[in-house]
Design a protein around this ligand. Structure first.
Ligand SMILES: *Cc1c(COP(=O)(O)O)cnc(C)c1O
Ligand SMILES: [Zn+2]
Length: 430
């Protein structure tokens, strides 16, 4: 199945714990210490050709950073993923006392409206280089959507495993691409355990299990794009949501790589992590000063972040510690407030994970974590149209009228009319 090719830029895989070296194959656990494996690059070779100019001459997608992604040849799947807007959030910033607050808006990532398109396009491009004909995943929702869409594009067999209690939009967002969807009676941690067993029996590329080292690298592109969009600099603060903790740790890795290659200046970015109170194993460990995560049973509306036993929890805690970062967690009510706050201030409708990020951003701001002129980037990773249940009944209602001017004027008070006519006159439209 696996015919490992290595190019000059990928040296192989390396154990994050004991440093043992492995070939760049579809493996993810160290044989000696069971530590997770990570892609090992030849930065000296990459640095010979990679510059701001070569990056900017690349495609308007995350593939402009292909030199720092673990694929040998040109990418074959997900060619339009990434390069999402970095929005200067002036209204929200004003509310929180921040002059340079930015939102990295992955609610509009192509094609499935979440940051997962980044990791999946990289994982499946790599899986095809390995010769896999079938892809699969254990998902909290968005990952299954993205694997289903990319498998359709790449004509691959597709099996996605999800907890059976997911939001309707996320279930439909799989079925429409016609993969095999397995809804498991259990939470994500049960799904993941089952998939680990299946992965050792079937010749499938489970994007977040046996090809996880490659998958995880896709998250670095959030950092690469942010630095480029800020005019080639690292932010002072990052606020990012955490499920397994992978995305959060890889944003830091991305910033570190750019500095190591001289593409941006060295800069001490403080990494802050966000979780839902109902599933906050990493934030709780941080709060209690523990170096290890104690698994929990998730109970939160933020289903995309509902991982009770986070694979990268230990490394997330280390990242916070090493960067003077903080962690916060928010209740379900605060998540809904966060979604509404971002929508009303910036016109961006995020899913529950975005509500977690904004809720935690607000808590961190109120705790005095940021200077008013610091550059703060909040990562909004999924689209609100997929988790409509979360805000159903918690927003205003429509004004129902018949199609008549009289009915309209009955419902629309004269006071409003006077004000809006005056406004229109002032704007030269009266
Ligand atoms: C998967 C996911 C995350 C975070 O995932 P990690 O496992 O921590 O990398 C964040 N936001 C959304 C919307 C997600 O779907
Ligand atoms: Zn090891």
């Amino acid at each position: 199945m696996v015919n490992a090719k290595t190019t000059s830029k990928i040296l192989g895989l390396k154990c994050r714990e004991c440093g043992s070296a492995y070939p760049a194959e579809a493996i993810h656990v160290c044989e000696f210490c069971f530590g997770p494996l990570e892609v090992d690059y030849d930065y000296a070779a990459i640095g010979k050709t990679l510059t701001r100019e070569t990056i900017q001459a690349g495609p308007l997608s995350l593939w402009r950073y292909a030199a720092l992604l673990p694929v040998d040849g040109p990418p074959t799947v997900g060619l339009h993923v990434g390069m999402t807007p970095l929005v200067h959030a002036k209204n929200l910033g004003r509310k929180l006392g921040l002059n340079h607050l930015y939102v990295k808006n992955d609610t509009v990532n192509h094609p499935t409206l979440s940051f997962k398109d980044r990791v999946v396009s990289v994982a499946i491009s790599r899986a095809r280089e390995f010769g896999y004909k079938t892809v699969a995943c254990a998902s909290t929702g968005n990952l299954a959507n993205s694997v289903s869409a990319h498998a359709a594009e790449a004509n691959l067999g597709c099996y996605v495993f999800i907890p059976s209690n997911l939001e309707a939009g996320k279930v439909l967002g799989n079925l429409v691409y016609n993969p095999t969807v397995l809804a498991v009676d259990g939470n994500y941690d049960d799904v993941n355990r089952l998939c680990s067993e299946i992965a050792s029996e079937y010749p499938w590329a489970f994007v977040n299990i046996n090809v996880r080292p490659y998958y995880a690298e896709g998250s670095k592109t959030l950092a690469f794009e942010t630095a480029e969009q800020l005019g080639w600099r690292a932010p002072d603060h990052v606020v990012a949501p955490m499920a397994s903790g992978s995305l959060y740790t890889k944003i830091r890795k991305g910033l570190t790589e750019l500095a190591k290659l001289g593409i941006i200046d060295e800069h001490p970015t403080r990494m802050h992590g966000a979780q839902a109170t109902g599933c906050s194993p990493i934030a709780r460990a941080f709060e209690e000063g523990r170096a290890f995560v104690r698994p929990v049973k998730p109970d939160t509306i933020a289903k995309s972040l509902a991982i009770g036993n986070p694979a990268d929890g230990f490394y997330a805690l280390k990242t916070a510690q090493e960067t003077d970062g903080r962690m916060a967690h928010v209740s379900d009510d605060e998540i809904v407030e966060g979604i509404k706050l971002l929508a009303e201030c910036e016109g961006i409708f995020a899913e529950t994970a975005g509500g977690v990020t904004i809720g935690c951003l607000r808590k961190l701001a109120e705790a005095g974590t940021f200077g008013k002129d610091d550059v703060v980037v909040a990562y909004i990773t999924g689209n609100g149209l997929k988790t409509q249940e979360a805000v159903q009944g918690k927003v205003g209602d429509v004004v129902r009228i018949s199609p008549s001017l009289t009915d309209f004027e009955n419902k629309f008070s004269l006071e409003d009319k006077g004000a809006s006519v005056a406004q229109a006159k002032a704007a030269g439209r009266g």
